[in-house]
Design a protein around this ligand. Structure first.
Ligand SMILES: Cc1ncc(COP(=O)(O)O)c(C=O)c1O
Length: 378
């Protein structure tokens, strides 16, 4: 069968690490999971209860393409609550995770062949989705020394996508830095897309939404992280008023609608603030353990982790091959970590990402194992 070059995307390396970890577990090994960026907790109880009621009551058929009106209203209310922003629910689009929102946004905004800026290090799937849509990802390297704040390059970009808090670094953009970036994009006619999936998971101050600064942006978010609902595949996007119908037409044809069951659960999750804040307290404690334990173990060059649940460490003093180093740590220490190559194809051979989204007991055990692994390396 013939195949397209658009389909020649790179694998998501973290998924390969997960598979190696699973194989070791199947062979009876105990593995601590610091590779995957997902909470170890289930969806909030209120989310599961809302779905249980709905399953008894109705058929859970298609919803309208933009999503359940009450969920769109609930999300608009979240913007008032979190940021003091008044948002018209008509601008909220419910999607199958933020991943589907990227597909909608990139398709709605860019012509084939156009350049779209992505930060390096950054979330790998932006690059691969752009490539699969015949777009041209343009790498913008960022640096720990200036807190990974990206600078708009001297190149014509059709768009720029930025995450704050970021994956893999956890660094957050200040209101001034975010505002300057949006203004620079708008001055050059570059569409600004703000990936806000880690909002709510923050430790040093509050993450700023691009919607606090401009209405002429695309904002993407999800129930995966703060609401602990990765597998439910539910996210959302806020678009300028004039783009709603364009997105609706694309969503109707590409997805029909986001999963109805997950939309019901998400509505329940919006009212479960006690539970989500308790999860945040767990990440906060894990972060404290990591910031104390990792440098003592020998991983001491790390980006300032303001939010999300990741620590990105420069291991250039220890190894030049992060893939081999991660495999060695998995095999010898029983701790799964992600090689930086997933996030930065150029410099990622000397970095590792540690996720602390799991239970505090797991994190404490993981640090213990990493410490003795490093001590044995000498
Ligand atoms: C920065 C970032 N954006 C988007 C996603 C995808 O999330 P979703 O589960 O909403 O598709 C992830 C997942 O790890 C991520 O780290």
């Amino acid at each position: 069968m013939r195949s397209s070059s658009r389909g020649d995307v790179d694998p998501f390396i973290v998924m390969d690490v997960m598979e190696q970890a699973r194989r070791l577990e199947q062979a009876g090994r105990s593995i601590i999971h610091m590779e995957v960026g997902q909470p170890g907790t289930p969806a909030p109880k209120a989310a599961r209860a809302a779905l249980a009621r709905a399953m008894d009551d109705g058929a859970l058929g298609y919803t309208v393409a933009l999503g359940l009106p009450e969920l769109r209203q609930g999300i608009a209310a979240l913007y008032a609550d979190w940021y003091g922003v008044e948002l018209d629910p008509a601008r909220v689009v419910i999607t199958a995770g933020s991943s589907a929102a990227f597909v909608l946004a990139f398709t709605a905004l860019f012509e084939a062949g156009e350049k779209v800026g992505v930060t390096e290090p950054g979330y790998p799937s932006y690059r691969q989705i752009l490539k699969a849509l015949s777009l041209d990802p343009y790498a913008i390297p960022t640096h720990a020394a200036d807190r990974h704040v990206p600078e708009l390059p001297d190149v014509d970009l059709a768009g720029l996508i930025v995450a704050s808090p970021a994956n893999p670094t956890g660094t957050m953009l200040s209101k001034d830095d975010l505002g300057a970036l949006i203004a620079a994009c708008q001055a050059k006619g570059t569409a600004f897309i703000s990936d806000e999936i880690y909002h709510g998971v923050q430790y040093e101050g509050r993450a700023v939404s691009a919607l606090e600064l401009s209405d002429d942006v695309y904002v993407i978010n999800s129930f995966s992280k703060y609401f602990s609902m990765t597998g439910w595949r539910l996210g959302w996007m806020v678009v300028p008023e004039g783009h709603v119908r364009r997105i609706e037409r694309l969503a109707q044809n590409m997805f029909i609608c986001a999963p109805h069951a997950a939309q019901i659960a998400a509505l329940g999750a919006l009212g479960a603030r006690d539970e989500t804040e308790a999860m945040l307290a767990n990440y906060r404690e894990n972060r404290r353990l990591m910031l104390d334990g990792l440098p003592k173990a020998g991983f001491d060059k790390i980006a300032p982790p303001d939010g999300a649940f990741y620590i990105y460490a420069d291991v250039s003093d220890l190894r030049q091959d992060s893939r081999a180093f991660a495999a060695e740590i998995l095999e010898q220490a029983g701790v799964a970590v992600t090689p930086g190559l997933d996030f930065d194809p150029v410099r990622g051979h000397t970095t590792l990402r540690f996720s602390y989204a799991r239970s505090t007991d797991d994190i404490a055990e993981g640090i213990k194992r990493l410490t003795s692994f490093m001590a044995q390396r000498g």
